[in-house]
Design a binder for this molecule. Structure first.
Ligand code: ZN
Length: 500
């Protein structure tokens, strides 16, 4: 078979698998947005039937044959085609190297783990949860071994979320970040200026919806290829052909729905910028979690918490909510938007201290995988790290080691992506500013198009051509460094918290 024909057959098969996978995504979105309460069983059955079809396509031996042939003739393929083949190989190996028995065991354990976590968390009973974590760790190590990474299981878990990254790389970046970030947090914490509590009240949901639609559209989200609905936890799913974002509303906390919508919009803009005709290959797919988070965080934080952004949007916000904002000054509003206050709970954290929550989890995961920390000693280790990093010790494990869902499902190596995304966002931000010094003046006029165009060109249209760190270098001309995140946090927050 000629190489061209083999390549065409392979990508045809990838396309079918990708389309079926996108149907599964849509069912998942519908489940969280629309599904009637008593219809969950049928949805579960639909999802598992579809998952079988998707898996059969992804693991079809014919795909393996085509890959072998194309790998032999790789020198006749162009660079883009080689990227497609390399990623198709990675996906095929993952679909075929895990024994069906193991996949079933992992799925069952995931569901058991979730319920055990909910129960343990409600009663702050870590001891009942410890066996679940031990089992999940064992499964993670076995999974790595099946994929030929048994000697470096934690690296394997990290690489699954951020291709090409290792625990050693993350360790180096986080250790450079940690000391200065703790010092910065203490400095802000010692300031007599405190973010206002409960400042914004009585914002009708209808007007909030209209305002956030205006904001996200202005940032560049294309509502002809996407929509935003309501769910318990905000998320962004779908492909650039049809993006489904969600948010949630609270009349007394309008900034939560606004900023979570902008965050999801950042994810959506990335997906909408991936090449539409390549969604089924690596050329039209997002690189990984860290890069995805860099896009959501850049729009959420660097852009939308800036004075320039609010110079344009504050008058519009006041026009939408004149009575609610009448006694609130611009400076109070800006401080509420940029509130920094250490908290025990990661999901409530501001953008300064959030990174400390991630460093804490990374250090613990790494020790769990090397065996330097036993699961039974986790609460103690957690509380000690919480004191060191955040200056806070949880009263019970409910607000400590039991707060996150991730480990209950064996999702190790996932947390670092959030902080990698924050570092990358800041580095992209300063690169963009160096290329366009007038960027914030654009924002003040409500023009975000230069930034979006630049991200489209350097990040979005690249698909998976570059693994995480190489993409940062491609976009910024430098390797990933935490110094930009530190610089950004200092420039934004120290003036705000050190005025007399
Ligand atoms: Zn996100």
């Amino acid at each position: 078979m000629a190489t061209d024909a083999a390549y065409a057959e392979l990508t045809g098969r990838l396309k079918r698998t990708q389309l079926l996978g996108s149907v599964a995504d849509l069912l998942g979105w519908d489940e969280q947005v629309n599904l009637p309460a008593d219809s969950a069983d049928q949805r579960g059955a639909q999802q598992s039937a579809l998952a079988e079809v998707v898996h059969a396509g992804a693991s079809d031996p014919r795909v393996g044959e085509l890959l072998v042939q194309l790998e032999k003739t790789a020198d006749t393929l162009d660079a883009d085609q080689r990227v497609v083949i390399a990623w198709a190989r990675r996906d095929y190996d993952r679909a075929t190297k895990l024994p069906a028995e193991f996949v079933r065991e992992k799925a069952e354990q995931g569901s058991r783990g979730y319920h055990a976590w909910v129960k343990a968390r409600a009663s702050a009973d870590f001891a009942s949860y410890a066996p679940v974590l031990e089992k999940n760790l064992e499964l993670a190590k076995r999974e790595a071994a099946y994929l030929g990474r048994g000697d470096a299981a934690y690296d394997y878990m990290i690489d699954r979320h951020d291709p090409g990254m290792t625990a050693a790389t993350v360790e180096r970046l986080f250790s450079e970040l940690k000391g200065e970030l703790v010092a910065l947090t203490r400095q802000i914490g010692a300031s007599p200026i405190k973010p206002p509590q409960g400042l914004l009240k009585g914002f009708p949901v209808g007007e909030q919806k209209a305002f956030l639609k205006e904001v996200t559209e202005r940032l560049g989200f294309n509502y002809r290829r996407g929509r935003i609905d309501v769910s318990v936890h905000p998320f962004c799913s779908g492909t650039g052909a049809d993006i489904r974002m969600t948010t949630r509303f609270d009349a007394d906390n309008p900034l939560d729905s606004l900023f979570s919508s902008i965050h999801e919009t950042g994810h959506g803009l990335y997906e909408q910028g991936l090449p539409l005709d390549q969604h089924h290959t690596a050329l039209g797919q997002a690189v990984g979690m860290g890069v995805h988070e860099s896009q959501s965080r850049l729009w959420e934080n660097q852009v939308s918490r800036s004075r320039a952004f609010w110079k344009y949007f504050e008058p519009k916000l006041r026009a939408s909510f004149p009575a609610q904002l009448s006694s609130i000054s611009s400076e109070e509003l800006y401080l509420a938007i940029n509130a920094v206050e250490p908290t025990l709970i990661r999901t409530d954290a501001d953008e300064v201290t959030y990174n400390l929550h991630i460093i804490l989890r990374f250090e613990i995961e790494k020790k769990l995988f090397t065996g330097a920390l036993a699961v039974r000693d986790l609460p103690q280790a957690w509380n000690a790290a919480s004191k060191e990093l955040l200056g806070l010790v949880p009263e019970t494990d409910r607000d400590g080691v039991l707060q996150d869902i991730h480990w209950s499902d064996g999702a190790f190596g996932y947390f670092p992506s959030y902080c990698i995304g924050n570092m990358m966002a800041a580095q992209l931000w300063y690169r963009a500013l160096s290329l366009r010094p007038l960027l914030e003046e654009d924002f003040a006029r409500g023009d975000f198009s230069w930034l979006l165009d630049w991200l489209r060109k350097t990040i979005h249209t690249q698909g998976k051509r570059f693994p995480t760190l190489a993409l940062v270098e491609h976009a910024t001309g430098e390797s990933l460094s935490p110094k930009y995140l530190l610089r950004y946090l200092r420039e934004r927050y120290l003036p705000l918290y050190s005025k007399s």
